[in-house]
Design a protein around this ligand. Structure first.
Ligand SMILES: NC(=O)c1ccc[n+]([C@@H]2O[C@H](COP(=O)([O-])OP(=O)(O)OC[C@H]3O[C@@H](n4cnc5c(N)ncnc54)[C@H](OP(=O)(O)O)[C@@H]3O)[C@@H](O)[C@H]2O)c1
Length: 243
């Protein structure tokens, strides 16, 4: 039995990752800050014959995260895959010179500090796995290389005070966890899913063609790396990409 926890698993990319890992035979636990929305999503996956469960988990709330870890410990006693997927765009934060700091803090609380809170709470369970994998869901928007290459689309896109910096910080955090956990055989990577049609994008008025299932593929690939899989890298569908 292989157990996977996906934060923000009640919809969008997280739910699609749950579905794809479930189809590979994993027992999936969808983390959801709203219990009933989590249960609805898990019930849909169960209808398709998958072994899907849910835990209530708000990544910004330490006691909720500790409760989720205790629940997974009680039900399964181990965790093999952690997908840190929950994230928000904070797209109204504005450019740095006009930053709405309350929004910037909210974005970092979720996209960065939340990942530390969840990872550290789940590490005792991950350490009981023979081949634990952690995948942090990042974004192309977090790439320093792309933002500083004047020929690149992202270098010409509006300046961001919250989301892009939060994903850049998440990328570095991925490297630091990878360094620390390498000796224990725990592989830690970041995934860039590409621009995906989810509520996240539609709230910004974006109409996109790639589906959540398309975006989930790279996340699932990193979550199922074998022993010789890389660690401390950022990946998209085409392979490793620059930070
Ligand atoms: N869509 C894209 O184009 C795109 C591109 C690159 C990267 N990403 C990344 O992909 C990840 C998933 O995004 P998505 O497109 O699937 O967006 P989404 O449909 O808006 O889903 C976001 C998920 O995160 C959850 N969430 C937000 N704050 C949370 C918190 N404090 N605690 C627990 N869960 C929380 C949401 O829960 P609720 O339902 O309760 O709000 C929801 O389940 C994010 O990290 C995002 O940055 C998305």
């Amino acid at each position: 039995m292989t157990i996977a926890l996906i934060t923000g698993g009640n919809k969008g990319l997280g739910k699609a990752v749950g579905e794809q890992l479930g189809r590979q035979g994993m027992t999936v636990v969808l983390g959801s800050r709203d219990a009933s929305r989590g249960e609805e999503a898990a019930a849909e996956l169960r209808k398709d014959g998958l072994d899907a469960h849910t835990v209530t988990l708000d990544v910004t709330d330490g006691s909720s995260v500790a409760g989720a870890a205790a629940e997974i410990d009680k039900r399964f006693g181990v965790l093999d895959v952690l997908v840190n997927n929950a994230g928000i765009s904070g797209f109204r934060a504005g450019p740095p010179s006009q930053a709405d700091l309350a929004i910037v803090r909210e974005v970092f609380d979720t996209n960065f500090f939340g990942v530390i809170t969840v990872t550290n709470a789940m590490l005792p369970l991950l350490r009981r796995s023979s081949a634990a994998r952690i995948v942090n869901v990042s974004s192309r928007v977090g790439s320093l290389t792309r933002h500083t290459d004047l020929t690149d689309y992202f270098a010409r896109s509006p300046a961001s005070s919250a989301y892009a910096p939060s994903k850049t910080a998440l990328n570095m955090l991925t490297v630091q966890y990878a360094k620390e956990l390498f000796a224990e055989g725990i592989l830690v990577n970041a995934a860039n899913p590409g621009a995906i049609a989810t509520d996240f994008a539609s709230a910004m008025g974006l109409t996109l063609e790639r589906t959540a299932a398309d975006g989930a593929r790279v996340i699932v690939k990193l979550a199922t790396f074998g022993r010789d899989g890389s660690t401390g890298a950022v990946w998209d569908d085409d392979g490793r990409v620059p930070w």
